[in-house]
Design a protein around this ligand. Structure first.
Ligand SMILES: C[S@@+](CC[C@H](N)C(=O)[O-])C[C@H]1O[C@@H](n2cnc3c(N)ncnc32)[C@H](O)[C@@H]1O
Length: 258
């Protein structure tokens, strides 16, 4: 099974590039691409483009993976960070876990809340930007799946996340593997995107588009360390495969030491 969006307009779906890569590679340089608030809003294309990707089978695999690698148990207080329309939040709650969701898209949260209501599930969904996150609750486990990590101010986002993660609590970060992206760009020199190796940033060629930062594992380790966390495991897929340059994902689990 692949861990990618099938939404690709440029017939790249077999390359398995997930949302963050979609953001920069798979869409033409539209205003939407440069404006995540719009992309995830009522007029945005996010849900439409990812319709097929949200399969029940894929969701079960991801949930089983989360339960396994985060060692989720019914006593844990769990946060689905950037939860979108709540597919993981709702599935975990259905399985009896105590989980909240947070996202900055009011549109996606309306859908999440409506879905939870139909299922008779009481879930707290918070509408907040990760950069200005302000939650009163502390969590034992936090996960950030299919993240926009390359668009975040990483230090701020991780610091805010760490503030609400209990000591010894676990955090899971899931992002693109930059080496695969580079391989793709080398194979497609006519792509409208350019990777700046000196900054590890991807941009649209010939314009001032928003840059998307890509990270290698040692950098992520340092960023997490600076936020008080220590990496405990690294995976490349929801099947717990080991990381190599062809891996689709970088999935890191880290423990809060502060
Ligand atoms: C690709 S979606 C993934 C959603 C969900 N994790 C899933 O797998 O279905 C990325 C999500 O990040 C949210 N997001 C992007 N930037 C954010 C920010 N600065 N603060 C909070 N949420 C953000 C978007 O609204 C969107 O729901």
């Amino acid at each position: 099974m692949t861990t990618h969006s099938p939404c690709l307009k440029l017939s790249l779906h077999h390359h398995g590039l997930p949302r963050t890569a979609n953001f920069v590679i798979l869409h033409p340089m539209t205003e939407d691409v440069l404006n995540p608030k719009k992309y995830y809003g009522a007029q945005g294309n996010y849900l439409k483009e990812h319709k097929k990707y949200f399969s029940k089978e894929r969701l079960q695999t991801e949930i089983n993976f989360l339960i396994d690698v985060l060692n989720l148990n019914k006593k844990d207080k769990i946060l689905d960070l950037a939860c979108g329309h709540g597919r993981h939040t709702i599935e975990l709650k259905k399985r009896g876990f105590d989980v909240d969701g947070l996202d900055f898209s009011d549109h996606l949260l309306v859908i999440a809340r409506e879905h939870a209501r139909r299922e008779n599930l009481r879930i707290s969904f918070y509408e907040q930007d990760i950069h200005r996150m302000n939650l009163k609750i502390k969590y034992n486990k936090i996960f950030l799946l299919f993240s926009e990590f390359g668009l975040f101010d990483a230090a701020v986002a991780l610091k805010n996340m760490a503030k609400v993660l209990r000591t010894d609590g676990l955090f899971l970060l899931d992002c693109d593997n930059v080496f695969r992206l580079i391989q793709y760009l080398l194979k497609h020199p006519k792509s409208p995107y350019h990777f700046d190796f000196s900054k590890m940033e991807l941009r649209g060629k010939g314009n001032n588009s928003q840059a998307v930062r890509y990270y290698i594992v040692p950098e992520l380790e340092v960023l997490l360390q600076n936020a008080g966390l220590q990496v405990t495991s690294v995976y490349s897929s929801y099947q717990k495969e080991k990381l190599n340059i062809n891996s689709k994902r970088i999935i890191i689990v880290a423990k809060n030491r502060s």
